[in-house]
Every structure is written in structure tokens, then in C-alpha cells.
Design a protein around this ligand. Sequence first.
Ligand SMILES: Nc1ncnc2c1ncn2[C@@H]1O[C@H](COP(=O)(O)OP(=O)(O)O)[C@@H](O)[C@H]1O
Ligand SMILES: [Mg+2]
Length: 380
Amino acid sequence: MNVTPITPPATIGMVGGGQLGRYALMAATAMGYRTLLLEPDPSAPAGQVASEHLVNAYDDAHALDRLGFDCDVVTVEFENPPADALDTLAAMAPVAPSPAAVRIAQDRIADKTFLREQGFPVGPFDVLDNARSEPAPSIVDGGAIVKTARLGYDGTGQRTVHSVAETLAAWADLGAVRCVVEQRLDLTAEISVLAARRADGKSVVWPATQNTHVDGILDLSVVPPTGVSLELVDRAEGLALAIADALAYVGVLGVEFFVVGDEIFVNELAPRPHNSGHWTIDAAATSQFEQQIRAVCGLGLGATGLRAGGAAMVNLLGDLWERGEPNWAVVLDDRRAKLHLYGKSEPRPGRKMGHLTVTADDPRVAAAAALALRDELTRR
Ligand SMILES: Nc1ncnc2c1ncn2[C@@H]1O[C@H](COP(=O)(O)OP(=O)(O)O)[C@@H](O)[C@H]1O
Ligand SMILES: [Mg+2]
């Protein structure tokens, strides 16, 4: 397929106003595009950087008309815009990633079923979608996790179970909504791969990142991985590219993987830049956000190499504000570190307020320094 590139000063539409949208719109602005944001929260992080902010619901008909009429292309920064609203938009303007790809990634049942049908490796799971669904004992007996099909994030909407009876009780407790139940895997490591793909099929990946979660929330990302073989990393990068092809994907796609011994399973897809790719802002030749703009506009894709021996990113959650504003000077004074704050005024526990990235010759050194700097932020 031949695609005419969308070049500045064209208008890029964004559905969703969180930090991922903020960085994508900053990248677009730096390249000379105009940006139009649809986001109901007037104080959302992306609203502070958009050329124009439509403070409306994601399915507001008038706002969708504005976006469709004004924008040369529309993209998304989270998986949960109503897919029907994206269909409405797609009748008026190019939407990338496609509503079909977002529909798959926003629903764990659709996501896992698609991956399994396409022959990609996923862990054992069953679907719980009515009062008569009974999971296979082989999936739940050794420990399993019930997850709502929709709207879960950072470990919300999940329950740990150990039997069929507990699974059914957890399903009822989660509101008897559509769920999956996944065998709990004995994880050796978690890694993620960010891929970018253009409408004509040209695609690239960044080096895989190794991720550590705390209480279901990403805590630390390290690149290159220190606890995973090169062979597995290669396999993950190949799988991410193949999944992007299978979805005819346009934009940046995040793929989360579970490593179990010498096996690898796809955990979930994110139809957007990903928290584990934030290191690309400071330590890759091209950031995941600039690449999202490049991919959806059909421009040349930028180089994805890591510009040092290693990099590490730690999230800064609202918990850090418990005893007042953290001491940012410790990060700002460190030549290896970069500070990122998302402009959120309310620091709630568990809320992602920002992150910091350390670049070093060695990924282990970067990780240790990033964790130490975060500790120092709250030292009094
Ligand atoms: N089947 C599983 N086996 C082992 N750990 C899991 C499993 N599912 C989830 N986890 C852990 O919980 C984290 C969050 O789960 P995930 O399905 O990615 O939900 P979210 O959408 O909240 O990111 C994972 O990154 C992993 O650490
Ligand atoms: Mg996840």
C-alpha cells in the first residue's frame, strides 16, 4: 500500500489526555504539527500541551465531528475509548491504530482469543462470561488469577483464586462481568517489546525491556534485560513484529511478555505507547512518542537503538508525596538522570505522577542508580 505522508503543519487528533497523550502531543508539537485533543477532564496532563482541547466525553457526537473534520489523522493514548466512537471517527478521518485493533486490545477475552487463534503463545486461560461458565480445574487448581475483560489497569479488577469454587465466587465479586481466568505462571521474568508499524507494513522494534511490578503496578524497567537470554529476547522482538503484522497495526504497539524458564508467553497488548517504553525519551535514538507520530503520519520510522550501554526507568507514584513535595533537586543535580513529571495536581497513592530515567554504561548500574535516586527523593 502506498501512503501519502501527513506532514506539518497538519493537525493530529488525540483521543485520551493522560501522560502518554501528553508526550505524543509534545513530540507532534516539536515537529510542527497542530494538535487537537478529546478528553473530558479539563486538567488532564495532555490538555496542558495540546493546541486545542475539546473538554467532552469520548463519544460526544459534536466533538467527534470536530475531530473528524479538523484532523488529518486521529490516534489514541489509551485502550478504552469507546470503539464505536472510533468507528464514527474512522468514517471521517484516518484513525490509527484502527478501531478493530483497539477493540481487540481493550478486551482481554478478544486479546487472548485473537493471539491463541493466530498461533501466538499465550498461557492457559478460560473465559468466564455467564453463570454456567466453569473453568477447567487444571487452570485454577494450582493458583490462578481472575481478571475482568475490560477496564482493568495496574492490577485493578483482578482476584487470586485456587479452586473452581473460589473462581466462581471471585467472578461474582467482580460483578459477574465478562472475565478471563488465567493460570498463575511461575514467572522467571517479565519483559515488554514496543513495536512501531506503518500502514505500508514497514516496522521496527526497540530493544526489549525487563520489567518489575510491585502490587500489580510497573515499578522498574531496565534495558537491555539482565535476567533473560538473548535468544528469548530475540524471540520476543520477533513475536511483537509478527503480532503487529497480524493486526495490520498502524502506530506504536506495546506487547507484554511472561518469561517462564525457556518459554515465553504473550501477556497482553497495549494499542499505544507503553509505560515500559518511557526510557526511549532519554536513551533511544527516537522516542516511542515521536515514533507514534511518525508511524500514524506515514513518515520514515526513526532509529530505535539504545544510545548507551543501559538505561533504567522508575515510576514515581503519588505515595511519594505523603510527607510533602519530594526533593526534586537530587534528581535534577544528577548528570545521569532525567526527571519527568506529568502535571497532575492530585498525588493519590498508586497514581502515576511521573518517572525518572538513568542512562549508564551498564543496565545494572542504571537500575541501582534509578532506585537509589527515588529513595533519596523522600529522605528528610
Ligand atoms: N497469569 C499470571 N501469572 C503470573 N503473574 C501474573 C499473571 N497475570 C498477571 N500477573 C502479574 O500481574 C501484573 C499485572 O497483570 P496484567 O494482566 O498485565 O494487568 P494490567 O492490565 O493491570 O497490567 C503482571 O505484569 C504480572 O506481574
Ligand atoms: Mg499489564
